[in-house]
Write a protein that binds this ligand. Structure first.
Ligand SMILES: CC(C)(COP(=O)(O)OP(=O)(O)OC[C@H]1O[C@@H](n2cnc3c(N)ncnc32)[C@H](O)[C@@H]1OP(=O)(O)O)[C@@H](O)C(=O)NCCC(=O)NCCS
Length: 189
């Protein structure tokens, strides 16, 4: 095997190991998660996944049921679902990670997916999901919330700015191959 192949394989293993550690840390940080009273917003249940998958597919080219199942198992309390009556009309998924800053150890959360059913957009559902989940993050001592958004996704950028996120920097290859996105942050503490 060539040196380049060994090197590539090693990097792949290290990245998978880092992901495993991150997932495990996220699960630990979620223990004793405190929930606030929320109107029409609930934690995900398995029975909701087909409806959520439909909303995800409308909103993203590269979404997958596998990803939804993974987060519904690992991060149920921070996989928020908003309903209109009995109908699921939107969702917002976070994961948690520990970070080291000059203040010491902090808990950070990352929004990894948010979408509203195409027929229910423009009615404040995503904004309500964000406001309520951010309040809950605060109660649980999360120091900041991060997200990545394609620079061309103007509805989402407006939504995030309106909710209080600010652009930190531009990054490539996170929202898709060779695509540019903004890293945005909401500081809680
Ligand atoms: C982005 C998205 C989640 C917004 O959901 P939504 O429920 O329609 O948003 P809301 O009705 O809560 O809108 C709240 C604010 O967001 C902004 N916004 C939402 N849709 C907008 C649009 N089409 N154009 C401009 N601004 C928009 C506005 O500031 C709006 O407040 P306002 O109505 O007082 O002006 C939705 O368009 C979506 O699912 N898009 C596809 C998936 C996606 O791109 N997710 C984000 C990935 S980073």
């Amino acid at each position: 095997m060539g040196l380049t192949k060994v090197h590539t394989r090693l990097i792949t293993y290290l990245l998978s190991f880092k992901k495993l550690l991150q997932d495990a840390a996220g699960v630990l940080l979620l223990r004793q998660w405190k929930q606030i009273e929320k109107e029409n917003i609930v934690s995900v249940e398995d029975s909701m996944l087909p409806e959520i998958r439909k909303i995800q597919a409308e909103g993203f080219k590269n979404g997958s049921l596998e990803k939804l199942v993974k987060y519904s198992k690992n991060s149920r309390n921070i996989f928020y679902v908003i309903k209109n009556g009995d109908k699921v009309v939107g969702y917002c998924i976070y994961y948690l990670k520990p970070i080291l800053s000059f203040k010491g150890f902090e808990k950070q959360s990352v929004i990894c997916s948010i979408a509203t059913d195409r027929n229910f957009r423009g009615r404040g559902f995503a904004e309500k999901l964000l406001e309520n989940s951010i309040e809950e993050m605060k109660l649980n001592g999360i120091s900041s919330i991060l997200l990545y958004v394609n620079v061309n996704n103007l509805p989402a950028i407006r939504l995030y700015k309106k909710t209080g996120f600010r652009v930190i920097k531009e990054v490539i290859n996170i929202c898709g191959q060779k695509e540019t996105c903004y890293e945005m942050e909401f500081r809680l503490f």
